[in-house]
Each structure stands twice: as C-alpha cells, then as structure tokens.
Design a protein around this ligand. Structure first.
Ligand code: AMP
Ligand code: GLY
Length: 432
C-alpha cells in the first residue's frame, strides 16, 4: 500500500518509521516531511492545508491511504474535501471530518458535547463580545485561578490562567473586545480550575469501535521543574505510572465509551485518533480537552510501545473493522526528550548544523524541525529532535535518552533534564 503522511514534525517522523515496518507497506510519501522522514519515504513539498495539490498528488501517485498528522487540515476539512471529490472519495483518510474535528476546533463545541453526554469536565460558561459584561460578572463568582480559553485554534496559546480577578478581567476584555486571538477568540470559554495531575489518553476510533493506545504524560513548559513559558511539548513518558488498571477503567467507562457513543448519537462520523487531555483529580478523571489527532511529542513515546502493525490498524479504521485487528503493546517504558533551539519558545535561529547521530544506538532520534541540504542536517524549527528510549523503568529509559541527547550537537541546543523525574517514585505498574 502507498501511503501519504501529512505533516512535518516528530509525530510524522514516528508515523513514517512505524509504517515502514509493515510487511504490506509500499511507497511512503510525506508532505512536506523533514530530514528524518526522508529515511523512510519521499518528501513532497506540499503544504498540509493545500488540499487541491494534495488531491492531485494522491491521484497521480496511486496513494491508497492518507494519514493526517496535524489538526489544522482536519479542522479545515481535508477529509470532507476527499469525500466531496469523486476521484478521491475512495481513498481513506485517517483523521476525522470537519464535524468530528470540532472536538478540537471549538472549545465551546467540545464543552457542549461533554455536557450533552455527561462526560466529566470542569464547569464552564461561554461568552462573546456581546456578553462581555456578563463574562466579567461571571468571573466575580469564581475562585482563583481563572481558566480562559479562546474557542478556536490558537496554536496552543489560546488558554490563559490568570491568578487574580483583575488579571482575569483584563485578559477576558483583551480576548473579546480587542481580539487578542483574532477570530479564534470571538468566543471565550471560562471554566473552573481543576486541581490534579495531567495525563493524555489516546484512542483509535473507526466510528464504530475503538482501541485504547498507551497513555502518556507530556512536559509542556520550557524550564526544569515545569517552569517558564509553554511550549509544544518538551518530552513525554509512556506509560503513566498513576494511570493504573483501576484509573484506566474509570477513564474507559466514564470518558472513552461515552465519547465514542456520543459521536455516534450525534451522527458525527469519526475515523482517526482521539487525544484526550485528562486531569486526575484525586483518582477521578476529568477531561481538560480533546484533540482530533495524535500529540507531539507523545506520538514519539507511544508508537514505539505499539508492537502491532500500524498499517493494519489504519486499514481497520478505513474499513470499520478495527475491532478485528491485532493490538499488542510493549510493557516497557518509553521516555522521549525533546532537543530544542536556543531561545525557543521565543525567538530562535534556524540553520544550525546538527552532528552526532549514531546509527548503532538503541535509542530512536525522531526529527521534529530539521532540514537536509547537500547530505547534511540543519535545524529548521524550535523543536529540533525528539530522542526516545525504551527501558524496564523510567530511570533506565531516561538515562539512555539523556546519553543520546548529549551526543547530538548543534549551536544553542537545550533540553529539559528532568523529564520523567516527577513520575519515577511511583514506579511502573505495567499498564497494558
Ligand atoms: P488546553 O489547551 O485546553 O489543554 O489547556 C492548556 C493547559 O491549560 C492544559 O494542559 C492544562 O495544563 C491547563 N488547563 C486547561 N484547562 C484547565 C482547567 N480547567 N483546570 C486546570 N488547568 C487547566
Ligand atoms: N503535546 C501536546 C500536543 O500535541 O498538543
């Protein structure tokens, strides 16, 4: 089977690495890809939101299946574009249609969905520029800190958590009256602050049945000890030790089943990944957000723990036979450490020569923001390389990832040297 993967990050490198292991894989193409994906397929210079060019490419290259990595093309309707075109409608797309992608594309939609299907989440209210005054009064009824979320996609920056009432009012006004987040902030969800520990659960869904993939914990902030500015993700650990069998059965009963059944009840077809951001509040799971795709860098920690053929699972999604497909996980722990450019997530430079890759290492180096030129690899983004290692414990996996991270060299390299540290004392319950 010939596959087209849409995207250019560590997630897409991990997809191409995993799909290349399938006995039935044909040619892999990645649009636009990076220096890492070209080891497993052919990079094609097409933007993920240029649907017309993607469609032309699919038709002229006998593509059998399209895997969409990032949220933007899904929220903009890439899957619908295929279904609406007589020449493309029979090419399966992994990723939901626009309606399902609203779970990520609109915070207000996802909160209404959870409320409709009694899925545990923080209490909330939604405001628009016309109801700004009511929003300011609503803030006065809440306890700090205050959680304000721009309704639409805002590149991971649309959630603001001010700690004082004054700051919350200023922020709400900036979002609704002064269009701080442009159109994405034309509605704002204000919600109750949940106290607890975060984790992410990933579900593969064919619209009828589902499979629960390994859980992961992301490290969002730039600084050691989870301090400083938010980033796209500085590392990940899978499995999450506190997501034991008891907790995961609560997640399945209270969240995953009602989500999949809720989509069916609402008549929303869903063929792709559901990424559920959760808060563990004293042993009870609450949904913080849904995403309509896999996480990055979570994918780089999760896929190495899936033993089964990912292409077979994707075919299961395409033909709604996911139930019948083999699914087995690796008991070991994966620790992913993200190497970033100096200055990230603020201003940073690109084009720094990268050296130190080792072909005989057991660790995996997934390229996030890299570019190949004349046989050399250069930095080409804020997040540069994700290093993943598997081990019998977090300590073992972490040690291997940090050792490889030290070998890779480029000017300005930075990584968090505390990935997994907060989870280590809890041990590994051997989550399935
Ligand atoms: P989101 O984009 O909705 O995942 O929000 C970004 C981050 O804000 C989350 O990963 C949490 O750390 C935090 N957050 C969002 N909603 C809440 C909430 N209701 N209570 C506490 N923290 C939250
Ligand atoms: N690592 C968080 C995300 O992919 O949204």
């Amino acid at each position: 089977m010939n596959i087209l993967i849409i995207g250019s990050g560590g997630r897409e490198h991990a997809f191409s690495w995993k799909l290349a292991q399938s006995p039935r894989i044909g040619q892999i193409y990645i649009a636009p890809g990076n220096a890492g994906t070209s080891a497993f397929g052919i990079n094609v210079p097409i933007s993920p939101t240029d649907f017309a060019s993607i469609g032309d490419f699919v038709r002229s290259n006998e593509i059998d299946l399209v895997v969409v990595g990032p949220e933007e093309p899904l929220v903009k309707g890439i899957h619908d574009y295929f279904l609406d075109n007589p020449y493309l409608k029979n090419t399966p797309v992994i990723g939901p249609q626009k309606a399902g992608a609203q779970l990520e594309g609109s915070k207000d939609f996802s909160k209404q969905f959870m409320q409709r299907h009694q899925i545990p989440t923080a209490a909330y209210a939604t405001f628009t520029p016309a109801t700004l005054d009511a929003g300011l009064r609503f803030l006065e009824t809440l306890q700090p800190p205050y959680v304000l979320k721009a309704d639409g996609l805002a590149g991971g920056k649309g959630v603001v958590i001010p700690s004082t009432l004054g700051a919350a009012k200023t922020e709400l006004t900036a979002m609704l009256r002064d269009s701080k987040f442009g159109n994405a902030g034309s509605k704002v969800v204000i919600e109750e602050f949940l106290h607890g520990i975060e984790l992410s659960v990933f579900v593969l869904c064919d619209g009828v049945s589902y499979k629960v993939l390994p859980s992961a914990k992301d490290y969002k902030r730039i600084g050691v000890g989870d301090t400083g500015l938010n980033t796209g993700g500085m590392g990940a650990v899978s499995p999450v030790p506190f997501a034991d069998a008891e907790f995961m059965s609560k997640v399945e009963e209270r969240i995953i089943i009602p989500t999949v059944e809720g989509l069916k009840k609402d008549g929303i077809p869903y063929q792709g990944f559901i990424f559920i951001g959760l808060m563990n509040c004293g042993g009870d799971p609450y949904v913080i957000e849904y995403n309509c795709r896999m996480g990055d860098p979570e994918t780089e920690a999760v896929l190495p723990r899936i033993k089964s053929d990912l292409l077979d699972l994707f075919e299961g999604i395409a033909t709604q036979t996911l139930d019948a497909r083999a699914y087995e996980t690796d008991e070991r722990t994966a620790v992913t450490v993200m190497l970033v450019a100096g200055g990230y997530p603020g201003e940073y430079e690109k084009g720094k020569l990268i050296s130190g890759f080792s072909a005989d290492s057991t660790s995996l180096a997934f390229h996030a923001g890299t570019l190949e030129k004349d046989g050399k690899v250069y930095t080409n983004g804020g997040r540069v390389i994700a290093i993943t290692s598997l081990g019998q414990s977090i300590a073992e996996a972490k040690k291997a990832s940090f050792a490889y991270a030290e070998k890779i060299k480029y000017e300005g390299k930075y990584y968090r040297n505390d990935i997994g540290m907060d989870l280590e004392s809890v041990g590994n319950p051997g989550e399935k």
